[in-house]
Design a binder for this molecule. Structure first.
Ligand code: BGC
Length: 381
């Protein structure tokens, strides 16, 4: 930037102004983005850091807005069956409520999504004690997990609108071992598919489980109980009263957890139990013989016609029906968020895996690269 700036200031006044305008345009929208990625200031953190909202827009007009605080999805505008765009995720129109909200709306969750029993796990001879931020357990990476950190935005060389966020989580952050360098890339193609790709490396043996915590409501408001869900999972992991897996992998057949055929979310929700009542369970995704990539979930919203399909290479998906929402938060468009007003499909490893040898491993060693992707495809019928 130094040389062009120096050259500009040696020009006559008019040329200087023109130069400034051109420079601003170049800095604001890097060439690789075309005009399908924009950035605007969204607020400031408690430490006074600027928070920026990046919006990816495809040729259909569908858009996904993501802020660098928590690498958080703030808004997704998707078309209904008449082509009308509507916001299909829970969130806030401005930044400040994100500093107080505890619901993880749209956030990138880490280092370990969901719960670790007693906030403890053992690697070799070392017992690691994490902060307990959910009763006796650790939830979603601790008191200040990845959702409450400002990530660094990096432009991406890509033919489609894309943005990448990265951060170094230092050794010992929220109790986890190893300097962990993590990145998450969001891209939106012209088939209305939002891809989220994660990568991470470590310099010490550690555990990792990253996910996105978007609450969807394909109708844009009201309850999600009439959304029709298919989950490609023959089994789920039952939990105890504090939502820690018992270790069992149980067939869904004959239980309220059977979503193998399209089923309204509300149909058996009461029988799912829990306190508060609702789904908050990890489903074990059916995988093919040759690949980990699979279709995890399909959702239809009958009124708007909007549909969502979720595909992933992850072994599980946490299906959560917003049981803890209680009407105290007013979000985007003035929507009051009540219990069951959003559902979350968190593609991830199973909760508390570091304490269950029979669950797929969440270990990451130095020299390895953690890599995972999930695609959220939006449609209408
Ligand atoms: C968990 C819930 C938790 C929620 C927080 C979900 O991933 O499974 O138990 O309350 O996140 O918003």
């Amino acid at each position: 930037m130094g040389d062009p700036l120096r050259a500009m200031f040696s020009l006559p006044a008019f040329s200087r102004v023109l130069g400034c305008v051109i420079l601003l345009i170049i800095c604001h929208v890097p060439a690789a983005w075309g005009d399908s990625v924009t950035a605007k200031p969204f607020g400031r953190t408690a430490r006074g850091e600027l928070v920026t909202l990046h919006t990816l827009t495809n040729k259909n007009g569908m858009s996904v807005s993501i802020m660098d605080y928590g690498a958080t999805i703030v808004k997704i505008l998707a078309p209904d069956r008449n082509g009308k765009l509507g916001n299909v995720v829970l969130g806030f129109d401005k930044f400040s409520p994100y500093l107080r909200a505890t619901a993880y709306f749209g956030a990138t969750v880490g280092r370990y999504a969901n719960r670790i029993a007693g906030g403890q796990f053992r690697l070799g001879n070392v017992l690691y004690q994490l902060p307990r931020n959910d009763g006796p357990n650790s939830l979603h990476g601790g008191f200040r997990g990845f959702d409450k950190r400002l990530w660094k935005m990096e432009p991406v060389e890509s033919d489609i609108p894309a943005v990448r966020f990265s951060r170094l989580s230092p050794d010992g952050e929220e109790g986890y071992p190893g300097n962990l360098f993590a990145s998450v890339t969001f891209s939106l193609n012209d088939d209305n598919e939002l891809r989220i790709s994660y990568e991470a490396t470590t310099d010490k043996l550690t555990v990792i489980n990253l996910t996105n915590h978007s609450y969807f409501n394909l109708a844009g408001r009201g309850t999600i109980l009439n959304h029709v869900l298919t989950l490609h999972a023959d089994a789920y992991t039952p939990v105890d009263a504090r939502l820690i897996p018992t270790g069992e992998i149980k067939p869904v057949d004959g239980t309220p957890f059977d979503f193998l055929n399209p089923t309204p979310i509300g149909l058996h929700l009461k029988q799912a139990g829990g306190k508060p009542v609702g789904y908050d369970h990890n489903f074990v995704l059916n995988k093919g013989f040759f690949s980990d990539w699979s279709l995890a979930a399909e959702v239809d919203e009958p009124q708007s016609g909007r549909t969502l399909t979720v595909s992933t290479d992850q072994p599980g998906v946490q299906f959560y029906t917003g049981n803890f929402l209680d009407g105290t938060l007013t979000g985007s468009g003035g929507n009051v968020y009540r219990q069951y007003d959003g559902f979350v499909l968190e593609t991830q490893h199973f909760p508390d895996s570091p304490n269950h040898d029979n669950f797929p491993s969440t270990l990451l060693s130095p020299g390895e690269t953690y890599k995972t992707s999930t695609v959220f495809a939006f449609g209408a019928k």
